[in-house]
Write a protein that binds this ligand. Structure first.
Ligand SMILES: O=C(CO)COP(=O)(O)O
Length: 257
């Protein structure tokens, strides 16, 4: 079976109740193929999760943008994996570069978070990606391999993991990776999984791309054999987001819809 195309919208720390309702209603009206061929996951800030979950069409799913590294307790300001499970939130984004860089989340900490979230029954979008400095120093593959290794060291069930390659220099900058640049890293990641985890995991794990993806540039990216979907930031917040979504979904060869 082929890898199901995955489209995620990461709203980051944005939105008001009114804006959230507007985007959800636009998404609900969007024409999309069946969930057998594509998975759509929307990730609002924590406080809007119940609202979005309640209002969103049932064939789309929601993700939290983070969760605590272990069982909840005396960790002021954190949200635990157990709480997300309690609210029937199926997905969580872990290791986004904005947290790795600004909040100093290390590879090991991210690996621990991924492992704990999986152990509680959540599905994980695990983010990796190099900075501009690292790319210019020629260490892109080394950096993303080390990030993946720290996750792989603690994960046994890859069925619930989507790997999101998000080059830091492409996030929110309008400087999207070229299709060739994305394909090169995705292919290296798949080779890494093949050599270090298993050929089955390498063949079945979805590796999605994030970083300045828009309706205008998604088609060429999605045509790359190892690009299995997107994690979209800014463009997922636009009021015409259902148009963006339709373009994203139509960007991959799919049954007519
Ligand atoms: O960080 C991202 C998704 O997680 C990408 O953000 P942009 O699409 O705004 O570049």
């Amino acid at each position: 079976m082929g890898r199901k195309f995955f489209v995620g919208g990461n709203w980051k720390c944005n939105g008001t109740t009114e804006q959230v309702k507007k985007i959800v209603s636009t998404l609900n009206g969007g024409e999309v193929p069946s969930q057998d061929v594509v998975e759509v996951v929307i990730s609002p800030p924590f406080v809007f999760l119940p609202l979005v979950k309640e209002a969103l069409r049932p064939d789309f799913h929601v993700a939290a943008q983070n969760c605590w590294v272990k069982k909840g307790g005396a960790f002021t300001g954190e949200v635990s994996a157990e709480m997300l499970v309690n609210l029937s939130i199926p997905w969580v984004i872990i290791g986004h570069s904005e947290r790795r860089l600004m909040l100093k989340e290390s590879n090991e900490f991210v690996g621990d978070k991924v492992a704990y979230a999986l152990s509680q029954g959540l599905k994980v979008i695990a983010c990796i990606g190099e900075t501009l400095e690292q790319r210019e120093a020629g260490s892109t593959v080394e950096v993303v391999a080390a990030q993946t290794k720290a996750i792989a060291a603690k994960v046994s069930n890859w069925a619930d993991v989507v790997l999101a390659y998000e080059p830091v220099w492409a996030i929110g900058t309008g400087k999207v990776a070229t299709p060739a640049q994305a394909q090169e890293v995705h292919s290296e990641l798949r080779k890494w999984l093949q050599a270090n985890v298993s050929p089955e995991v390498a063949a079945s794990t979805r590796i999605i791309y994030g970083g300045s993806v828009t309706a205008a540039n998604c088609k060429e990216l999605a045509a790359q054999p190892d690009v299995d979907g997107f994690l979209v930031g800014g463009a997922s917040l636009k009021s015409r987001s259902s148009l963006t979504l339709s373009s994203l979904l139509r960007s991959r060869r799919m049954p007519k819809f």
